[in-house]
Design a protein around this ligand. Structure first.
Ligand code: 13P
Length: 251
């Protein structure tokens, strides 16, 4: 009932020429996978070039961040409406934004509302640090990120979100969570919190992705879990073969 969703977060990688080459490589295989939602999220400066390549392919396009204001004296920022002209999705609250750029549950909340207001689909990232994990605080941290990040959303708004659980210690380390542990967080913490906030029916409809060292050789083990509805892929999304293999595993 939840359509699988696989997104590539390119982070700070691929100039325009490299982006075009990667997307051209992905197009034939990825466009054929109509049973899943598949999305690429390049850097801002690649978005228009990639949008043209993706036209008619069924592949979605997303940005990696945005500001919540619509215009004004905010040097260096990008407005929601500017993104809505070029893409359908925006990653919000990635742990690298929280860690290096001061984002908090409160700023993530403002960004989610601003994205929804212009019709963008937020891919909202949550996840605990290594220290929090080792201190046994995973459930508490993840629950707080959902409760505060999604505060004030109506069930109709909440239903439009995609959530990505990315334990920070698993990102870029090759040390993925076990599929069983990740599934337990998805089901017992994230979907449970969504249910209390938005109602059981809405919570049951929201895709919850896993992210953190997803690779072709572990993708199936994640996707076969009851409450893992896809993946947010970093490093393995930068190569045609590995991203296609992960998307095929989801399909
Ligand atoms: P890796 O797949 O490189 O671990 O990155 C995960 C991630 O942060 C996706 O947003």
């Amino acid at each position: 009932m939840r359509k699988p969703f696989v997104a590539g977060n390119w982070k700070l990688n691929k100039n325009a020429a490299e982006a075009v080459a990667l997307v051209n490589g992905l197009l034939p295989g990825l466009s054929a996978l109509e049973s899943i939602d598949r999305v690429v999220c390049p850097p801002f400066t690649d978005l228009w070039a990639v949008k043209e390549l993706l036209a008619g392919s069924g592949i979605g396009l997303g940005a990696q961040n945005m500001y919540w204001e619509t215009s004004g004296a905010y040097t260096g920022e990008i407005a929601p409406g500017m993104l809505a002209e070029v893409c359908q999705y925006v990653i919000l609250g990635h742990s690298e934004r929280r860690q290096f750029f001061g984002e908090t549950d409160e700023t993530v909340n403002r960004k989610i509302k601003a994205a929804l207001a212009v019709g963008l689909t937020p891919i909202v990232c949550i996840g605990e640090s290594l220290e929090e994990n080792q201190a046994g605080q995973t459930s508490e941290v993840v629950n707080r990120q959902v409760v505060q990040g999604l505060a004030g959303l109506t069930p109709e708004e909440g239903a439009k979100l995609v959530i990505a659980y990315e334990p920070i210690w698993a990102i870029g380390t090759g040390l993925a969570a076990t599929p069983e542990d990740a599934n337990a967080i998805h089901r017992d913490v994230v979907r449970a919190a969504l249910g209390r906030m938005l109602g059981e029916e809405t919570a049951a409809s929201i895709r919850i992705l896993y992210g953190g060292s997803v690779k072709p050789d572990n993708a199936v083990s994640f996707f076969s879990q009851s409450d893992i509805d896809g993946a947010l892929v970093g490093g393995a999304s930068l190569k045609v073969d590995s991203f296609l293999a992960i998307a095929q595993a989801a399909a």
